[in-house]
Design a protein around this ligand. Structure first.
Ligand SMILES: Cc1cc2nc3c(=O)[nH]c(=O)nc-3n(C[C@H](O)[C@H](O)[C@H](O)COP(=O)(O)O)c2cc1C
Length: 340
C-alpha cells in the first residue's frame, strides 16, 4: 500500500536509494566532508547536518542550503516543529535540488528540546504528523523522519508503533530509526549515543509490523559484513561515527551493498582529487583545515596514518603555505605506501 497514491499533491520525485547512508552529524557532515565522502562512494546517500527552520528562514539561507552538485544524492535534514515553517523550508529544499527532506526527531540536546526540536517530539506523534503533512503538501521531494526507538517515559514498543503509524498516516513512508532510546534529562548528546543500549531487534520488529514502510537501521554499525546481515531484516543502514572517523569504510560500499563494480579510487587518488577543491576554497578566502579536518582518518590502519593525522591537525595551524604542506604530505604518504 502506498499512501502517496491517494495524495495528489505529494511526492513525485523518485526516492533516493537508502540502502546505505551517512548520518546527519552536526559540525561533522558539512559540505566539505560530503564532497570528500562522495569521492569515495558514488552511491551512499549523504545527509546534511541538521539545519533548523529558523536558520533557513531568518539566517544566511545560501550558506545553510548551499552544496556542491557533486555531493548528490543529498538529503537535507531539518530541525523544527512548526508545520508552516517546515513547509516553507521543504519548498526551499525542493527548489535547491535536494533529493530528500528529513525531519529530525532524534536529537536529545537540551538546546533543541527548549525549541521543541528533535527527540522530544517523539512524545507528540500528532504534531510530527502535522509537520510531515505540511512538508509533503509543500514539496514534491520525499519527506522522511529520523527518530529513536523511544524516549524516557515513553519507551514501550506500543508507543513506538503508535508513533510510526501516526506519522505514516500523514504520508511518511521511510523511517530511519536510531536503535536506542534517548534520555532527555541528565545525559549529554554524546552519552545519549553511547549509554542507552542498542536494540536492533526492536527495529526488526517494526519492519515486520510495517512491511510496507521503508525502515532504515541506525546506531553502532561499523562493519560492512554486519550491515549486510542486517539488510536481511531492514531496508537500509545508516552509519554515522564510523563513516566519519574511518572514511575508507565507504570504499567498499558501492561494490558490496550496491553491486556496482566500478573501479575504486585509491586513497592517494582521493587525496589528489581533493587538491583542486582545497585550492578553490583557499582562493575564496577559506582555510585548508576547514576541509582537511574531515580527512584525518583517510589512512587509518596503514603505515603513516598517525603522521598524516598529526600533520593535518597540528602542523597545519603553523604553516603559511598550507598547499605546500598538502603536497609534501601527499608525497610522503605515497612513499610510505610504496614501501609497505
Ligand atoms: C557529532 C555528531 C553530531 C550529530 N548530529 C546529528 C544531527 O544533526 N541530526 C541527527 O539526526 N543526528 C545527529 N547525530 C546522530 C547521528 O546521526 C546518529 O544517529 C548517531 O551517531 C548513531 O549512529 P552511529 O552509531 O553510526 O554513529 C550526530 C552524531 C554525532 C556523533
Amino acid at each position: 500500500m502506498n499512501p502517496q497514491a491517494s495524495s495528489p499533491n505529494h511526492t513525485t520525485r523518485p526516492e533516493p536509494n537508502r540502502r546505505f547512508s551517512v548520518a546527519p552529524m552536526m559540525d561533522w557532515t558539512d559540505r566539505h566532508y560530503r564532497y570528500f565522502a562522495r569521492l569515495i562512494s558514488r552511491h551512499a546517500l549523504l545527509y546534511t547536518e541538521m539545519v533548523t527552520t529558523g536558520a533557513i528562514l531568518h539566517g544566511d539561507r545560501a550558506r545553510y542550503l548551499g552544496y556542491d552538485v557533486a555531493e548528490q544524492p543529498l538529503a537535507l535534514q531539518l530541525g523544527g516543529s512548526n508545520p508552516q515553517e517546515l513547509a516553507e523550508c521543504a519548498a526551499l529544499a525542493e527548489a535547491a535540488g535536494y533529493a530528500e527532506v528529513n525531519l529530525n526527531v532524534g536529537c536529545p540536546s537540551d538546546r533543541v528540546q527548549n525549541n521543541m526540536i528533535g527527540a522530544c517530539l517523539m512524545a507528540h506523534p500528532e504534531l510530527v504528523a502535522d509537520c510531515v503533512r505540511a512538508m509533503r503538501d509543500a514539496c514534491a521531494v520525499p519527506v522522511t523522519v529520523k527518530h529513536r526507538i523511544g524516549i524516557n517515559g515513553r519507551d514501550s514498543y506500543e508507543q513506538l508503533s503508535d508513533f510510526v503509524s501516526t506519522v505514516h498516516a500523514a504520508g511518511c513512508t521511510s523511517f530511519t530509526v536510531h536503535a536506542r532510546i534517548a534520555i532527555l534529562e541528565g545525559l549529554s548528546p554524546k552519552e545519549n549515543r553511547e549509554i542507552p543500549p542498542l536494540k536492533y531487534e526492536v527495529v526488526h520488529q517494526l519492519k515486520q509490523d510495517f512491511p510496507q514502510l521503508e525502515i532504515i537501521l541506525n546506531g553502532g554499525l561499523t562493519d560492512l559484513a554486519v550491515m549486510q546481515a542486517e539488510l536481511a531484516h531492514v531496508d537500509g543502514v545508516m552509519v554515522g561515527r564510523e563513516a566519519y572517523h574511518n572514511p575508507w569504510l565507504l570504499a567498499d560500499v558501492d561494490q558490496v551493498l550496491f553491486n556496482d563494480a566500478h573501479p575504486q579510487p585509491t586513497r592517494l587518488q582521493v587525496l589528489a582529487q581533493m587538491r583542486p577543491y582545497i585550492e578553490q576554497h583557499l582562493a575564496a578566502g577559506g582555510q585548508m583545515h576547514h576541509i582537511t579536518r574531515h580527512m584525518l582518518g583517510l589512512f587509518q590502519g596503514l603505515p603513516g596514518a598517525r603522521h598524516f593525522r598529526r600533520e593535518l591537525s597540528t602542523t597545519i595551524h603553523r604553516t603559511e603555505q598550507p598547499l605546500a604542506l598538502f603536497d609534501q604530505l601527499f608525497e610522503q604518504m605515497q612513499a610510505r605506501l610504496e614501501r609497505a
